[in-house]
Design a protein around this ligand. Structure first.
Ligand code: NAI
Length: 463
């Protein structure tokens, strides 16, 4: 078996792993990255964030062209869906970006291995590729293997009619009736895509609310909007099984009649990818949820082995993994690195978008933190009116005594972009007054953030 030596081997080329590899190379290490898929970029680039955003954009345009242009005084006749072209564009976006990562590896002299990596004790990793096995010896190994869909007993995934987000990014025709199990981020984003393209969409959710963990005021507002868009929610139901029957599927749940549909999307969360990694050869034990325990510097309990991203605790988000990857290798090389978990935004790319950063109002109440709240609706914003996108609001939560911004929650147009200002504010320890006194260009959607900050002190101007 050929043996190669590197300063650092990163296992997994998702947003956590590939970013860590590039940063480590910038810091002067001889870095290699091993990936089992032929394309780099991980779930996010290949079958997650990026293709779903491409389809969200295309389906929103189709929906607007079919239903939204008349208000702007534009008459369109015969709007038709060309689904194969839509899917092809999505695939092209993905290919361009995954090739881009390969280009970045070349530029930064990151050695790329293609195959499945497995530890054979600390510092020794066997890579099984199409052309046989090779060994990498590295003093430092960073595990960034991500996560995969959590299965549900009784739901027999067949990789076609009963599938995961991967299949739902490439349905060859618009389903007549799509049943989604789980009203989380994936269910709502992909449910929106297929509903806009004409599918009847039913969402079955175990809890009595959608978007668990998100500020409940926002979640309620979002549910009202999604229901208006045609999504049917069946909350507080326990799915007991799903199977293919004839050329359709049947979904069974407790307390209701079975639902007949033509496709099922299982989206009840994801679990860390740790199987087959040979972690037993390191003596590394997982926590109760199957994640790899790490310290504040992302070091595992085994010398020379680090872990970041979806395989460790915390939100399963690409940008969280990126931050951790960078901080981890900076710790390795310089002794310093920083991730502020209070300032990691989270975005749901539906229409309108939903975005938040910091504490939710529910959390502040539960923790007994005294807070003041300022809300401002997009309805009262000139730019939102001009865009004809007035659904939603911004809510700012600030400490009652210090005025420090603790949480910002947005439902509305471009919320995912607007939240960046709030993340920076929290990172810098800004007060609501700081935001209120910063000039925001007029007319922009960002003025809603300024007005919400003014509203914290009861002095919003346009309300
Ligand atoms: P999720 O954790 O967001 O939501 C899963 C939902 O399924 C929860 O509401 C849960 O209560 C429900 N559920 C669990 N078991 C159930 C059952 N037996 N029957 C019915 N409902 C059940 O998980 P999701 O949507 O699968 O996303 C996976 C991960 O991917 C998340 O951690 C998410 O953060 C990430 N992601 C992030 C995106 C973004 O940032 N825009 C986009 C897509 C995914």
């Amino acid at each position: 078996m050929a043996e190669h030596k590197h300063d650092l081997l990163v296992i997994g080329a998702g947003p956590g792993g590939y970013v860590a590899a590039i940063r480590a190379a910038q810091l002067g290490l001889d870095v290699a990255c091993v990936e089992k898929e032929s394309a780099l970029g991980g779930t996010c680039l290949r079958v997650g964030c990026i293709p779903s955003k491409a389809l969200l954009e295309s389906s929103e345009r189709f929906h607007e062209a079919a239903h939204g242009f008349a208000t702007h005084g534009i008459k369109l006749a015969g709007v038709e869906l060309d689904l194969p072209a839509m899917l092809k564009r999505k695939d092209k976006v993905v290919t361009t970006l995954t090739r881009g990562v390969a280009g970045l590896f070349k530029k930064n002299k990151v050695t790329r291995y293609h195959g499945h990596a497995r530890f054979e004790g600390p510092g020794r990793v066997v890579i099984e590729g199409a052309e046989g096995a090779e060994v990498v010896i590295a003093k430092r190994v960073l595990i960034a293997t991500g996560s995969s869909v959590t299965p549900l007993p009784g739901v027999a995934l067949d990789g076609d009619r009963i599938g995961t987000s991967t299949e739902a990014l490439s349905y060859p025709e618009v389903p007549e009736h799509l049943v989604i199990i789980g009203a989380g981020v994936i269910g709502l984003e992909l449910g929106s895509v297929w509903a806009r393209l004409g599918a009847k969409v039913t969402v079955l959710e175990y809890l009595d609310r959608i978007m668990a963990g998100m500020d409940s005021e926002l979640a309620k507002a979002a549910q009202r909007v999604f229901a208006k868009q045609g999504l049917t929610f069946n909350l507080g139901v326990k799915v007991t099984g799903a199977r293919v029957e004839g050329d359709g599927c049947v979904v069974e749940y407790e307390g209701g009649e079975p639902i007949h549909c033509d496709r099922v999307l299982l989206a009840i969360g994801r679990r860390p990818n740790t199987e087959g990694l040979g972690l037993d050869t390191l003596g590394l034990t997982l926590d109760s949820r199957g994640r790899i325990p790490v310290d504040g510097h992302f070091k595992t309990t085994v010398d020379g082995v680090w872990a970041i991203g979806d395989v460790i605790a915390g939100p399963m988000l690409a940008h969280k993994a990126e931050e951790e990857g960078i901080a981890c290798v900076e710790h390795m090389v310089t002794g310093y690195g920083h991730v502020n978990y209070d300032a990691i935004p989270s975005v749901v790319y539906t229409h309108p978008e939903i975005a938040s950063v910091g504490r939710s109002e529910d959390e502040l109440k539960a923790e007994g933190v005294p807070y003041r709240k300022g809300s401002f609706p997009f309805m009262a914003n000139g730019r939102a009116k001009a865009l004809e996108q007035t659904d939603g609001m911004v809510k700012i939560l600030a400490h009652a005594e210090t005025d420090r911004v603790l949480g910002v929650h947005i439902i509305g147009p471009r919320a995912g972009d607007l939240i960046a200002e709030a993340a920076v504010a929290i990172e810098f320890g800004a007060s609501a007054e700081d935001i209120a006194r910063s000039s925001h260009a007029h007319p922009t959607l960002a003025e809603v953030i300024k007005e919400a900050a003014l509203a914290v002190d009861g002095r919003a101007i346009h309300l």
